[in-house]
Design a protein. Sequence first.
Length: 280
Amino acid sequence: MAARRRRPARARLVTLSSDVGAAYAAQMKAVLAERLPPGRCVDLAHDLRAHDIPEAAFVVRAMAERFPAGTVHLVVVDPGVGGSRAPIVIACRDGSRLVGPDNGVLAPLAESLGGGTAYRLDPARLGLHERVGTTFDGRDLFAPAAALLAAGRSPSSLGTRTTLTPAGGAAPRRTAEGAQGTVAHVDRFGNLISDVPSRWLPTTASRVLVRLGRTRRPLPVARSYEAAGPGRLAVLRSSFGRLEIARSGGRAAEGLGARVGTRLEFRWRATHDARRRRKR
């Protein structure tokens, strides 16, 4: 029987996020459990939408950015596994480490943590000389790398410096009348979470004209789902810090025919000006 690896007395916290589901995630956790003290691995989510890199990047950033500085964040949303995309580790300026594929899924979290330096992982430097196939880098490459980083290895000792692939897609932008953006996430309740920051919406706004695909309609700005009223659509300031379109007690995504990547526009200045004209 092979000797068990010696676990370090102290280790960094490791978070684990993926789109692989429980069965594959268990195999990654087995690698981490063999190398780390108990309680040092935290599951964030393993039901991220399969192969959807932009949505995963958005959700992972929201989940992981609140963890203590110095945490190792392992992210596996990797439709290009075994291909030309690079396996990387990012040494963030706050001391955190990000491990996963260089396909854009790590870039928003790296930015949130102050940016940093990326290194292309070298399996030989990880002591990995034999691998089982080429389809599961989460278990065979990223998890061992995360364990070494948690135990104190430096990112530069695991690979060579490289350039990080940025997140894809257009960034949200302000306009003369409001803002334009994209549906970044559809949560399990069917709420449409945009990438438009909530802080851009004026605190005095009570209604917003929303363009979503071919749909164009004014919606109230609600403080809560309850305040919106049963079955009614409304714009809310979401817990992601972004503007959200929700149907209280229902699923906004289905009713509006929207999905991740759908372009949208919020026009609050025009709505406010129209209300003022009607009052004259």
